[in-house]
Design a protein around this ligand. Sequence first.
Ligand code: GLA
Length: 359
Amino acid sequence: MSEVLSLAKSYEKYFKIGATVSAAHLDAHHDLILRHFSSLTAENEMKYALTEPKEGQFQFEKADAVVALAREMGVKMRAHAPVWHNQTGAWMYRDGEKPAAPELIYERIDAHSKALCERYRKDVYAWDVVNEAARDDAMDPLKSPGESPVYRNSEYYKLCGAGFIEAAFRSMDRYAPGVQLFYNDYSECVPEKRERIVRLIRNLQEKGCRIDGMGMQQHYFAAPDYDELKRSIETYAGLGLRIHVTELDISMTALMHPGAKRLRPGEAGFAEFIREAMRATPEKLDRISDIYVRLFEIYRSYADVIDCVTTWGVADDWTWLDTFGMDPNLPKIKQHPLLFDEQGQPKPCVYRIIDAAGR
Ligand code: GLA
């Protein structure tokens, strides 16, 4: 085991190591964050819903608290306040009694981008400009033949077509000239979805929009397909983009047999199924650790194009996976998807990942 226990320091020669924090949990792992991480993302505090709950009424207290931690760490932030179909006030899509015209939506995006960029000009090195705008077969299947096979049929898309993506990148380019601009998405290694993301990015590039990077979320609910991961990194890098891993975590369900039938909430037997699938045993925790070690091995092998690897959370005491996607009638099922345990202690894989970096 390594004596020098700092993930960020061990990985300086490869890429930054990032974590996502929320304003409510800033004190919980203060020393751990300072020691192990060299990039910071706000879990929710820089999103539209929190920074501009009503049009023109900006609230920055919570975002400021996260930014203050980044300053204390001496690092800059990945600003995750994207144009996204979630966590955005309904005001964005309305003009009084009418649906908002595209031009009005673009003006609103522009005003929002300006306000955030002015406030956090010195604190941000990368913006997630647009999040999850590509169609996803699992969460957003085609409902009618008239819908776009490439773009998610979000409120933004219904009102603006793909124009809102271009508008968001143009605004951010205007107000954040020296900062890297990212498109961010999940299931980014699934071939059909990857193809849509590629088309979305190419369309932006053909329109002359500046896009510098691809944010690969890397939430694992199924076993990683390591070959597709490599192919995806190469594909996105092949578009001339830098790569950030932006939201890495590994659910217990990633250990299920890849072909296993997944019951959904409401289906008979779901409660037993999900309890068993998500029950953390020492043997399963070891296998999650193995996945982390393998993923980092691959990330290191692409260090020429990867600039940052961020986990979605710091330690297992606070993770969105503890409540995500469960039937609300089920008891909370504790997940252990991160690199640090509930007490903030490094898991065995942290030592292995650090050791491997030295080789
Ligand atoms: C998505 C978003 C994140 C976050 C996670 C889950 O991946 O990009 O901002 O909301 O879901 O918490």
